[in-house]
Design a protein around this ligand. Sequence first.
Ligand SMILES: [Zn+2]
Length: 440
Amino acid sequence: MNLLITNARVLDPSQELDATLDLLIEDGTVSKLDKKIKAPAGVAVIDASGLVATPGFIDLHTHLREPGQEHKETIATGTRAAVAGGYTAVCAMANTVPPNDERAVTEMVVAEAARNGWCRVYPIGAVSKGLKGEELAELADLRAAGCVAVSDDGKPVYNAQLMRRALEYCTMLGIPVVAHEEDANLVEGGVMHEGYYSTLLGMRGIPAASEETLVARDVILAKLTNAHVHIAHLSTEGAVDAVRRARKDGVKVTCEVTPHHIALGDDSVQSFSTNLKMNPPLRSEMHRQAIIEGIADGTIDAIATDHAPHHFDEKNVEFDLAPFGVIGLETAFAVCYDRLVLEKVIGLSRLIELLSCGPARIFNLPGGTLKKGSLGDVTLIDLEARHQVARDSHSKAANTPFLGETFVGRVVTTIVGGAIKYDLRTAPAAQAPKTQRKKK
Ligand SMILES: [Zn+2]
């Protein structure tokens, strides 16, 4: 696909670039970046005056729910939400039904994404067969079929020996193991962060230690095996600290945080909204500040959404009974721009690094750069646009914790391989409100 983007403020941290330029994409890849580019015959032109052009966002942690839970989300609807949020690629978690623990499932995801996906989809395979934590999945087979990482996300790998073997195999395969860190014995039926507000509200708490004990173990195992472990959705002070120390020690550990853990604390659970129930839970202000510090000092490598759609009926129950998880693809940029850039924690360039270049580096994916010859994946952002989060998500689900909040800064166009996959100006409306939708 060919496309010329003119007059954009091109912001590309991978080449320390921040200048008003034209950008030409030919045959799906960036062919030229210059002050004034004359449109070759027959090439479509987008005037991006007043907009910022960045390498397309890459989400390391998306639950697309297909196969098996298409009432929550599908590859088509999830990737539609992704492009509406500026994502040109998402990594699809393995905890589908059946889980992505064998080649046939990976191939199904890849094929469906090619048919009906709006952006690139990189599957993540399971660590263990059936996500049971007992026996390793056929990791080499998963890798050969297209998996870019492995994870039993939703559950930790309890067996340290199995984790060690996974790390060793994945080193040979050149992919990371993504760790969901949570000791269920310590969680023991908890539904929110254990602290002042869980006591106040009389709800069972999930201690920070449930996460920190396993993070500590896995950086030790990464050191032992000299393998790459990537810690998913890190949420506590102790976890940030463990990663920081291990990194100094030369351990190959990377980590991600979610926009909701950046933006919200456990005090917000006082509303009892089930859209504030996720795993790991929203933590106390001390932990939230530790995450923000980790972002500022470079300990945290990426922002990942942990987009976890649920059907309206599933979330429309008491807090105790609701499933964990919130959606996040469409609001990630605005939330992080608001809480991190407008509040002067980091600059815009560092935010783009966390949303695009960092993720590409961690999973060794193409993209995350606008250098000549790289993928023509571009996100156009209007930093002045105000937008109120409504129930009009492109996702099948509407379980956002940011409903009704107004943000400044919005993705307006998403380009994948030179093709416009989302444009707010031509396709503003999403689906009808979801509250009345019937269960399939
Ligand atoms: Zn997880």
